[in-house]
Design a binder for this molecule. Structure first.
Ligand code: PLP
Length: 462
């Protein structure tokens, strides 16, 4: 082969993915996938489905950790990307002002009318890093408060506000930040009184375990923060862009107006890495206070034309297809159908969340027969039962889900926002079958539980 032929390359070596990963990338990924039987070869994807090499369809209830808000390969976003490439724009000259970033900023800000300006980066963690830096610079204070169990990304600044030791251990020293419980206003006030807090970063619905902030908490936290001249930073990387049935999850409650809002994931429809930090005018004016500070916070790929075009297309589709309302409606339907199963299955303890961000929590069964099995798993490692549900959902029912964070008996559903009743039916039927199996106390599922105990393996993220 001479030159570059992508189709030819994939035809020749497309089946070597697992081998190549084992050799050249994070070798634990193929290892983990082999262990839990997730080592499929997916060939094609569209909307909320992908297909393996045998042509079998899989329902995607994970949306690439939330980036595929519109599902895969939405034709409007795809067309926008073709168009922007065909336009041969003078992108990233770095010494001009292209229209696309301005247009996307204008559109994003129309959904957060109390905010004025946007910084575009390349990922969720970079959107958070930007907010941390801006909060520190604007207030002249060093410390950031965050929530226990929080997830804000894995670069060093974002890691400093990560609420899980599993992610932090071995990477110290991190920034001098302090965790408070989600909902604990007294702890927040106690820390604020020390007078060194720049801001409080919070996920309006915490990704790990799917915990919405308690009613009234964000508003009260905002009042406390502002009284102590500190900033409220809403991390909407996962919850934003309609995921929870509002455009931003903080909008669920009246009067919440964060000083900085972090966005990423679904903004480019899953095609181009992108991140955005929205903020108040005075904060940006402080950071960029003079001409010689024009590049004091910048990114080489920030505002690139492909990301901006994809972002504009995504926001247009969201309006045209009324995806925010659709996510609220479909989420309510899915949650209520799952909640109706709680009385039927003693291992099923809670179904919660907002819009299409749903947590399904399992817990200790009452009957003696199941209690022994449950204890066997719990003794080995908390969270194995949830993993035991995720595996047959994929292997037997071809539905991709994930455990919601380490050591948690919670499955998180964050499907593409475009799913409808057909997908709700498919998920509820499959979940019911898996629960029937688990409650029958025998069978393959508990055998697999024993395998997990041996491996002590559970795979989750924030
Ligand atoms: C709430 C939240 N913030 C930040 C991030 C980090 O985003 P990224 O993986 O694009 O760096 C994530 C990713 O899962 C997230 O859920």
């Amino acid at each position: 082969m001479t030159g570059f032929d992508l189709t030819g390359l994939l035809a020749e070596r497309g089946t070597e993915g697992y081998e190549l990963h084992a050799r050249h990338l994070n070798h634990q990924l193929p290892r983990m996938l082999h262990t839990i039987g997730f080592d499929k070869v997916y060939e094609r994807a569209e909307g909320a489905y992908f297909w393996d090499t045998e042509g079998q369809d899989y329902l995607d209830m994970l949306a690439g950790f939330g980036v595929m808000g519109l599902g895969r390969h939405h034709p409007v976003v795809r067309q926008a990307l073709h168009d922007v490439l065909d336009a041969s724009l003078a992108d990233l000259t770095r010494f001009d002002c292209q229209p696309l970033p301005g247009l996307l900023a204008e559109k994003l800000l129309s959904h957060a009318p109390h905010l004025d300006r946007v910084f575009f980066g390349n990922s969720g963690t970079e959107a958070v890093e930007t907010a941390l830096k801006f909060a520190r610079y604007a207030t002249g204070r060093p410390r950031i408060l965050y929530c226990t169990h929080a997830f804000h990304g894995l670069t060093t600044g974002s890691l400093s506000v990560n609420g899980e030791d599993g992610f932090r251990d071995g990477f110290a020293p991190l920034l001098p930040d302090t965790a408070v419980e989600l909902g604990d206003l007294a702890a927040l006030e106690r820390e604020l009184k020390r007078g060194d807090v720049a801001g409080f970063v919070v996920e309006p619905v915490q990704g790990k375990g799917v915990h919405p902030a308690p009613p009234g908490f964000l508003r009260a936290a905002q009042e406390l923060l502002h009284r102590h001249k500190a900033l409220l930073i809403a991390d909407e990387v996962q919850t934003g862009l309609g995921r929870t049935g509002d455009f931003f999850a903080y909008q669920h409650e009246d009067g919440v107006e964060p000083d900085l809002v972090c966005v990423a994931k679904a903004l480019s429809g899953g095609y181009v890495p992108v991140g955005a930090t929205l903020g108040k005018d005075w904060i940006f004016k402080k950071v960029y206070s003079s001409m010689d500070r024009v590049l004091v916070h910048s990114a080489s790929f920030g505002s690139n034309a492909q990301a901006m075009a994809a972002g504009l297309a995504v926001l247009a589709v969201m309006e045209d297809e009324q995806l925010v309302a659709h996510a609220r409606h479909t989420g309510d339907l899915l949650r209520s159908r799952l909640a109706a199963l709680i009385d039927r299955y003693e291992l099923l303890h809670d179904v919660r969340g907002r819009g299409l961000m749903i947590g399904i929590e399992f817990g200790r069964p009452k009957s003696l027969s199941l209690r022994g099995r449950w204890r066997m798993l719990q003794t080995a490692r908390k969270g194995l039962f949830a993993q035991m549900v995720v595996v047959p959902l994929l292997q037997r029912h071809r539905i991709l889900t994930q455990v919601s964070g380490d050591h948690l008996e919670v499955i998180k559903l964050i499907p593409p926002l475009i799913i409808g009743e057909r997908e709700v039916d498919r998920f509820v039927e499959a979940f019911t079958a898996v629960m029937d199996d688990a409650h029958s106390g025998g069978g393959l599922m508990w055998d697999f539980g024993r395998t997990l105990v041996k491996q002590s393996l559970q795979v989750g993220r924030g």
